[in-house]
Design a protein around this ligand. Structure first.
Ligand code: C2E
Ligand code: CA
Ligand code: CA
Ligand code: CA
Length: 275
């Protein structure tokens, strides 16, 4: 009984500390990974729904960890955002994506824009325009072949500052896309005012379009909103032929999803460009 009690106690205290210890350990490993550049980008094609042609690619980061294999961004991006590590990581992602896109063009593939996710924290720093400019110069990529994906929260926090930054980015020639559209709280008046090129319909609505009338209605409303504001509309998370056909029939321009391709490493993406 004494033994059991002691084990219980050890178990209990280990439990109490586990979340803090785990977080610290993860943070230390993440910091080290950034120093070592232990990351890779995978690329997911964006296609024209009408022609099936690849019209772009989204760069999505993965942590290539000796400790736990290929780690999904969902498990480290939030921590990187909280701790500010997203700043060096985000710069690495941007540079690597631009360099890769330039290399595809140099290899003779038809030029397409590369889309890079920007965290609100990167915009908050205020030197994002200078960083983008510097990386474009460094990599030799023309601005028209870079698209930045931001979320609606950027439009609603520090509106004036975000507006100014996005306007400057856009005047460099970079495209701006609103990610996860429909899940945030942006008002339609912001949308009209903000310098944005593309609306990305969030995958939570796309998932249910064939089975849920409300989701279908929301998707139709976003498509017509985008068309009326002269924006390109892209649907993410397309997994089935039914979803694809619904989106095409309702005038959605572009799509992304497992039906066409999962995000893949560079060598597989090049195969897709070749087809
Ligand atoms: P996101 O920007 O909304 O990216 C779309 C996510 O949906 C990706 O997950 C992608 O792999 C996944 N996806 C694509 N098609 C389908 C589909 O048909 N079905 C389903 N179920 N999922 C699909 P991933 O790569 O795990 O990335 C998750 C999130 O992590 C991203 O969401 C983005 O918010 C963040 N993230 C990824 N890379 C970066 C980065 O370089 N910087 C920043 N700041 N965030 C990033
Ligand atoms: Ca995205
Ligand atoms: Ca998204
Ligand atoms: Ca998302």
């Amino acid at each position: 009984a004494k033994e059991l009690g002691r084990n219980n106690f050890q178990y209990f205290s280990a439990e109490m500390n586990s979340s803090v210890t785990d977080r610290l350990e993860l943070l230390n490993r993440l910091r080290q990974a950034i120093t070592n550049e232990d990351f890779v980008l995978h690329y997911q094609p964006k296609v024209s729904l009408a022609s099936h042609q690849i019209i772009g690619a989204e760069a999505l980061v993965r942590w290539n960890s000796a400790h736990s294999g290929m780690v999904s961004p969902a498990s480290f991006i939030p921590l990187a955002e909280e701790t500010g590590l997203i700043i060096p990581l985000g710069e690495w992602v941007l540079r690597t994506a631009c360099r890769q896109n330039r290399a595809w063009q140099d290899a003779g593939y038809p030029p397409i824009p590369i889309s890079v996710n920007l965290s609100p924290r990167q915009l908050a720093r205020g030197d994002i325009v200078e960083m983008v400019e510097r990386i474009l110069t460094e990599t030799g990529l023309e601005a028209q072949y870079l698209e930045l994906e931001i979320t609606e929260s950027v439009m609603t926090t520090d509106v004036e500052k975000s507006f100014a930054l996005l306007t400057r980015l856009r005047s460099l020639g970079v495209k701006i896309s609103l990610d996860d559209f429909g899940t945030g709280y942006s008002s339609l008046s912001y949308l009209k005012r903000f310098p944005v090129d593309t609306l990305k319909i969030d995958q939570s609505f796309v998932r249910d379009i064939a089975t849920d009338q409300d989701s279908a209605a929301i998707v139709k409303a976003i498509i017509s909103l985008g068309r009326n504001l002269n924006l390109t509309v892209l649907a993410e998370g397309i997994e089935t032929e039914d979803q694809f056909q619904f989106l095409l029939a309702n005038g959605c321009d572009e799509g992304q999803g497992y039906l066409m391709s999962k995000p893949v490493p560079n060598k597989n993406f090049v195969d897709l460009l070749t087809q």
